[in-house]
Design a binder for this molecule. Sequence first.
Ligand SMILES: [Zn+2]
Length: 390
Amino acid sequence: MSVATQVKCPFCYAYGPARRGPEQECDDCLRRWTPVPTREGAAFSISGRPCRVTAAVNNTVLPPRHGFAHESFRHPDLARLRRKYRLGRIASGINAEFDRQLALRDWVCAAWAAGQPSVPFPPLVHEDHVDRMLTLARREGRAYFCTYKAMASVELASAFGWTARLVNIMKHMVHEIWSNDYNKWVLHDSLYNMHYERDHLPLSAREIREEHHRNGARGVRAVWGRGRRDLGPAHCADFAWYVVYMHNNFFDFPPGDHIHPLLMPRDRWNRNGHWRQGVQITRRRGDKYLCKGMVVEESDPRQLDYKINQTEVFLLQREGALWARFQHNMPNYGALMTRTDGHAWTTHRNCRKAEVLWPLRAGTSTLEARCVNSAGVPGPLSVIAVRSAR
Ligand SMILES: [Zn+2]
């Protein structure tokens, strides 16, 4: 389906073919509306007033091809963990979301020593494994390796209202946290307390993999710690393959629960290839993940790095006035926030029902919209500015 050539209904969000003329009709809900363009530079008129979109950051909600099972930010185990370890202290006094996420990584890195667990894997499947790891590390000095750090990071991210996902690269487990600051996924390694940047922009696993295959990751830097210290050129060969666990509800479903699938990039760089990793795996099947039957393969970067927490603005004309409607894809949705021309924010509990009258003034008018999740964390801002001569 080519989404670009179709029109999305601002009421039920169904895609349908664009009709001739200004008025559109939805094949699904049968409602009619007159859309107003939201792309930068587009011209339109409202009651004979000529207008132009002068700036637009409209965070489009794409239809996802792969589902993801999200942790509830209201899970009682999360609340207990937050209280018991006073997690609020970790990022207190830090304003920028990305810096707060670095503070969490720093904390997880230091929370217990890195090494082979002295007991074989029991905390991995135990229902309170983060709690158990922290307790045993503090009480007995137990050590845990990358898988445990990554899993704990994913769970603890939920305690802050962030969405994280577990990523297995070659011989190493890492994780990604959705960054509302950067409006993208960012890969974190909480064993080594580092991430990867190109031109000071933190990268996702997919981006690092692409850099690796394209040019040996020439421009990628390894960045360490809360202060984002540059460690120099990064070695990214381990990113040649990766899988993403398509769930983070680990309190009820531990990683690799054989219910939720794994997403794997499959494109020109690994066509017909096998992920061989370790002698006994090679002997058995030759492919570490495909042999489990839980892998979904995907080549579209927009699906591999499916953007969440987006708030899309639809503009429409009705009876000579300009109106806005909205769609979001925020997990653990709390509310939609909108404002015009920098006035006070308006809270809408039901995003689907929200409708905002946007009275254009002479000069430039702005409309801003974003969603806030149930933990109070705001998603990226959508902003549209329109200039009207009178
Ligand atoms: Zn519709």
